[in-house]
Design a protein. Structure first.
Length: 257
């Protein structure tokens, strides 16, 4: 059965970003409709959504949203090959219980199944929507990433029962230590820096721009998915995206002959 949607903070004060073209704004609006259509509290079940993906792999895919994948080999908040055929962009908040559920139950399985063999790249976007502690945790995660320990911090922060203890400064430092961050003084400086705030704001604005109002929210090669859906939903979407990428690559090579 679908997972209930987390509480959302509707960004009435936010303006969608244009990314230089009106086309992306249109895609953002379409993306919002897709988020609503696939949200976990929708009447459709996971199985019906999977059937839709299998029947028409291109349904609900927006090419302009696919372009939001950065594919930067130096991105410290990403894992997987930069040239992987499928990119999953995750917009999430460390205080979100369903984000933690996804991290523990599904994301780790996706990494094992797809990242290791080069099929999938996962790009994290900090999307803090639950107040000051969410913002602080996002900056701390970014700071851990500056020392190559983002995913270790991610695992520590999303461990069972952690969010209930809060994300005050002392707690964030303890999580960084647990994650193996070597220079804790640098970590503290980085977490409080303008660079951390700017990086988090950039991710957050991108999330608002595509119409996301709850966490976790995802894009898989331009297909929006909302909520901590089942493993089956993600595997079907990833498999469909990989097949589509392979087909397009084959067609492009054929056209060059």
């Amino acid at each position: 059965m679908p997972t209930p949607k987390t509480p959302s903070l509707k960004p009435s004060f936010r303006k969608p970003l244009l990314y230089g073209t009106g086309v992306v704004l249109a895609a953002a609006l379409l993306g919002y409709v897709s988020y609503r259509a696939t949200a976990p509290d929708h009447s459709a079940s996971d199985s019906s959504y999977v059937a839709e993906v299998a029947a028409d792999p291109d349904a609900g895919v927006h090419p302009e949203l696919a372009k939001l994948a950065r594919r930067d080999p130096g991105d410290k908040l990403a894992q997987g090959r930069a040239d992987a055929p499928v990119v999953l962009i995750e917009y999430a908040d460390f205080k979100c219980g369903y984000c933690g559920k996804f991290a523990r139950d599904t994301e780790s399985a996706l990494v094992k199944k797809y990242v290791g063999n080069g099929t999938l790249r996962i790009e994290w976007r900090n999307f803090p929507i639950f107040g000051a502690e969410s913002e602080a945790a996002a900056r701390a995660a970014w700071a851990a990433g500056q020392q190559g320990r983002f995913w270790q911090f991610h695992a520590a922060a999303y461990a069972e029962g952690v969010k209930e203890k809060g994300f005050g400064k002392a707690r964030l430092k303890a999580l960084a230590q647990q994650a193996g961050v070597a220079d804790l003084d640098r970590f503290a400086r980085d977490a409080d820096s303008s660079a951390a705030s700017a990086a988090v704001s950039k991710d957050q604005e991108q999330g608002y721009a595509i119409g996301a109002t709850s966490t976790p929210s995802f894009l898989i090669n331009g297909r929006p998915i909302a909520g901590a859906q089942s493993m089956e939903v993600f595997t079907q979407a990833i498999d469909a995206a990989a097949a589509d990428r392979a087909r397009n690559t084959k067609d492009a090579k054929g056209a060059d002959k």
